[in-house]
Design a binder for this molecule. Structure first.
Ligand code: AMP
Length: 282
């Protein structure tokens, strides 16, 4: 496995591969790998000749009060996990390489980024779309793999690729959970044991909603009335949002007619967690 830090070296290698007609798969990450990341790499391994995993904690997707500085990092451990999965290249550019002095071009995906996390993190998806477009240009992938854990990010990047005619297939892969239901996240490391116990109520509420919908419940109001008491716990959970949205447009809906996503974001202590689930009414 090669580690590449230089942007030009990465692009030169990618263009050489493409010149030979070979396929490149990219898994973009911010590192501090867990089984959710590894599941994307395992899938990506099967989709092309070369698997590139980027590790870059992207400053332009963090707001000024957010956790950029304390975002967890363990580069050596990430490299050994990636090697075990059969990653060919870890691409780990530095911040000044990605955003040199004078950088001033950003890409904004509009409608699908307005609600959900976009409402409380106004510059987040602009940063995500910009860095992913840069990574696509540097790594030249035909396939890019993302997790449904960040469902709004996945929809945003599918829209980016469609709107800008990018020759990349964006693939979404299932959310990986702990045995007890907690969605795997690099930020889970910040949770105390008591906070982790409170955080479980997020996935439990989503599972309950999935079961209610499977039994025919279509009404957002009745779903939310059933779920809201589940978020009362100690230490407390501060809900940022609980939203029922159309799976494609991410617009809020009050009745489930087709594929719907129930999405939640909440603060548990100092840690912001997100989770979501597909709701299907038979
Ligand atoms: P991150 O390093 O948190 O930016 O995540 C990198 C990629 O891994 C994104 O496409 C995420 O959606 C995905 N990912 C993060 N957590 C999970 C999870 N629990 N299950 C599946 N994919 C995940």
């Amino acid at each position: 496995m090669q580690v590449i830090r230089d942007l030009q070296d990465m692009q030169d290698l990618a263009l050489a591969w493409r010149g030979r007609g070979e396929t490149i798969v990219l898994v973009p990450t911010m590192g501090y790998f867990h089984q959710g990341h590894l599941s994307l790499m395992e899938y990506g391994r099967s989709r092309g000749d070369h698997l590139v995993v980027s590790i870059f904690v992207n400053p332009t997707q963090f707001g000024p009060q957010e956790d950029l500085d304390r975002y967890p990092r363990d580069f050596d451990r990430d490299c050994s996990l990636a090697r075990e999965v059969g990653v060919d290249v870890i691409f780990a550019p530095d911040t000044t390489g990605m955003y040199p002095p004078g950088f001033q071009t950003f890409v904004t995906v509009e409608e699908v980024t307005r609600g959900l996390c976009g409402a409380s993190r106004p510059i987040h998806f602009r940063g995500v779309a910009t860095v992913v477009l840069k990574l696509f240009n540097l790594v030249q992938p035909q396939v890019a793999v993302f997790g449904e854990k960040d469902y709004q990010q996945l929809v945003t990047l599918q829209q980016l690729v469609t709107d800008l005619n990018l020759p990349v297939q964006v693939v979404g892969r299932p959310l990986v959970r702990e045995a007890d239901g907690l969605a795997l996240s690099s930020r889970n490391v910040f949770l105390s044991p008591a906070e982790r116990a409170s955080a479980l109520s997020l996935s439990q509420a989503l599972f309950k909603a999935r079961d209610l919908a499977a039994n025919g419940e279509r009404s957002r109001d009745r779903l939310f009335t059933a779920l809201k008491p589940m978020f009362t716990c100690d230490p407390p959970i501060n809900l940022d949002y609980l939203a029922l949205v159309d799976s494609q447009t991410l617009k809020e809906i009050d009745t489930i007619h087709g594929p719907a996503r129930l999405a939640v974001a909440a603060w548990v202590g100092q840690t912001r967690l997100i989770d979501n689930i597909l709701l299907e009414v038979p």
